[in-house]
Design a protein around this ligand. Structure first.
Ligand SMILES: [Zn+2]
Length: 483
């Protein structure tokens, strides 16, 4: 997430408007509520890191193909969790859903309101050969102040930290004011259809309507948002959808010495070129606009001047945002041509060619809008357009309800230096399956991430600093206290 220098906008020198603009920038100051720090939690860092490390040793790599799914590894991990967190497993009596998903319920004596639902997933992505791992990817070692291994960031740490928090609170004799549900998925990395989707259906059937659903997603970003010195606790209030579109063209075949002006390969290539040249329209709206509005007061004066006056500078700001992939993804549906094939031999005219284009659908568009855009931009009736897979963007959750307020308060208590900002998640999480159960679905991993951490997610040398892990446990415990 980077906002590039907006000097060019300033260089325009809109002098007549200068007075208004400066006043607007100056009044944009913060009104952050002061909160008491989180209640102290006596944690044993060594025991915590050992339990997390052990969980990382299970190769719970999810697969779409049921035949190669490592069922026995999930059984072993779940058996170990029951051993590692005995009080939680006795008191919360977890049930299995869809084979390996686990649903825990911590019942309140007299519920003060709608429940809290905490989500995480126990499956991981595979480890690529040749990656640079200083410690074994499934070793779960504690070294140099980090726990190392696949799943340390995404997302076993979150699952274990939730269980640590509950185990700790039950030991203290704490009783929640409202029911606390915990759902651990087992196939998030391959779509969550058998795990999260099944749990969500079950909760809907039982009429469970959480006041807050919290899943992984964004995090406490340090030195990642350009122009903002303080860490940004970015809370995903919505996530993008996806549309995978296949473009194909047929040709007559025959010898390549007597070709038509365009072969099937040429027509598909032209369609892809047109789609890359004209993307879907960008707009600074919804969660992305909310993100900028939250960050503006913390930016240097020059940028504040521009961003506090979007009524005037929005087109220039959008141009800047669209120029970098990380910010373009926040303001528009992205277009990525990912597959292309066609033809059989160098001197044979291709009878068929096809390309697959993956769009990540912004909440201001929808899958049908993407299809209409594709047909219009390609503007070629000889290229057929077919939707291979589509998922609509999630609804956008509110930032003025009690669920978001608990979250914001807890973030301020555990990460007092961070700015809380709503934002948009550009990937997909299990959270999207729960939007039918609750209007208040948020995506936030209570974890400090630095630029160096980002390539470790789904990459080599995944690790989690022990201090960061302790903060995660404190966060979940405090959220349960606050709710
Ligand atoms: Zn994940």
């Amino acid at each position: 997430m980077r906002v590039r220098t907006l000097g060019s906008a300033l260089a325009l020198g809109v002098l007549a408007l200068g007075g208004v603009v400066v006043v607007r920038a100056a009044v944009r100051t913060t009104s952050e509520e002061r909160v008491a720090p989180a209640a102290p939690l006596e944690l044993d860092p060594f025991a915590l890191s050992r339990r997390l490390g052990r969980a990382l040793t299970h190769r719970t790599v999810s697969t779409l193909d049921p035949a190669s799914f490592p069922h026995e590894r999930f059984d072993a991990l779940l058996a170990e969790l029951a051993e590692s967190f005995p009080r939680t497993h006795e008191l919360l009596a977890p049930e299995r859903v869809g084979r390996h998903a686990v649903l825990y319920r911590w019942e309140a004596d007299a519920p003060a309101g709608a429940p809290l639902l905490l989500l995480a997933h126990l499956d991981v992505v595979p480890v690529e050969k040749g990656g640079d791992w200083p410690y074994a990817p499934f070793g779960g070692e504690l070294a140099e102040g980090f726990v190392w291994g696949r799943g340390a960031l995404d997302d076993k740490a979150s699952a274990l930290a939730i269980l640590e928090a509950v185990e700790h609170l039950t030991a203290e004799g704490f009783r929640p004011r409202r029911d606390v549900w915990i759902a651990l998925g087992f196939d998030e990395e391959v779509g969550g259809k058998r795990g999260a989707a099944a749990v969500a259906r079950l909760l809907e059937e039982r009429g469970v309507r959480p006041a807050l659903v919290l899943d992984e997603g964004l995090a406490v970003l340090e030195d990642i948002v350009d122009g903002v010195e303080r860490p940004v606790a970015a809370v995903g209030v919505g996530e993008k959808g996806s549309a995978t579109v296949r473009l194909s063209a047929e040709g007559p075949g025959g010898h390549s010495s007597l070709p038509p002006p365009h072969t099937a390969v040429g027509r598909v290539a032209r369609a892809v070129t047109r789609l890359e040249a004209r993307g879907l329209p960008a707009a600074l709206d919804g969660p992305s606009r909310a993100l900028f509005e939250a960050l503006v007061p913390h930016m240097p004066f020059g940028r504040r001047l521009v961003l506090a006056n979007l009524w005037l500078f929005e087109p220039l700001v959008l141009d800047q945002l669209v120029a970098a992939p990380s910010t373009a993804a926040l303001v528009r549906t992205t277009t990525a041509a990912t597959l292309i094939s066609g033809g059989v031999k160098a001197n044979v005219l291709p009878a068929r060619a096809e390309s697959t284009v993956n769009f990540r659908v912004h909440p201001h568009d929808g899958v049908n809008a993407v299809l209409a855009h594709v047909r219009e931009v390609i503007d070629d009736p000889t290229v057929s357009v077919e939707l291979v897979a589509g998922a609509e963007p999630s609804p956008v959750s509110p930032t003025d309800g009690e669920g978001f307020a608990w979250l914001e308060r807890t973030i301020r208590q555990v990460f007092p230096d961070a700015i809380v900002a709503p934002s948009l998640v550009t990937g997909a999480t299990d959270a999207r399956h729960y939007t039918g159960c609750s209007e208040a679905v948020y995506r936030f991993l209570p974890l400090r991430l630095r630029p160096d951490d980002l390539p470790r997610i789904h990459g080599a040398a995944e690790r989690l600093a022990l201090a960061a892990y302790l903060d995660m446990v404190r966060f979940y415990a405090q959220l349960i206290r606050n709710a």
